[in-house]
Design a binder for this molecule. Structure first.
Ligand SMILES: [Zn+2]
Length: 150
């Protein structure tokens, strides 16, 4: 089993829950805009699947494209049970940390780390400022989500 996986996850217009993004990412992709270099066939579908679920799942939301940032809030809960097919029903991840990006482009901005402490309290580490907040307050800035298997 892999210990950690970093997974780029595109934002989707179908809704901004983590499961929506994952479902979108794992959906069959039509590749008919490409052509086989040997036979010229254009009937192709790209399939993705999770072969082995890691202990630590790092989700990198693809908020940046063509220099612009998509700041749509994303819904995520502290407990994540992937609903994809082929996932064991008892597989469960707990959100341990969120890295947020503040700023308009990928070239500039400020990163802040939010972590759950051993006491269960979520703290935000913003340079020399440490505060406590709830995960929901990071929905529009979340960039990296660290889920750890329970
Ligand atoms: Zn071919």
């Amino acid at each position: 089993m892999q210990r950690m996986v970093i997974w780029p996850l595109p934002m989707t217009r179908r809704g901004y829950t983590l499961d929506d993004c994952l479902t979108n990412y794992l959906a069959d992709a039509d590749m008919s805009d490409r052509e086989c270099f040997r036979c010229g066939n254009r009937e192709a579908v790209m399939k993705r699947t999770v072969v082995s679920w890691p202990r630590v799942f790092v989700i990198c939301l693809q908020r940046f494209s063509n220099g612009a940032k998509d700041e749509a809030p994303i819904c995520f809960s502290e407990i994540w049970q992937p609903r994809e097919k082929d996932v064991e029903p008892d597989r469960e991840y707990i959100l341990q940390a969120v890295v947020t990006h503040l700023g308009q482009t990928i070239e500039c901005g400020h990163y802040v780390c939010q972590c759950r402490g051993s006491d269960g309290v979520i703290r935000s580490f913003n340079d020399d400022r440490v505060t406590s907040k709830l995960w929901d307050e990071y929905a529009a800035e979340a960039y990296l989500l660290f889920f750890v298997e329970q």
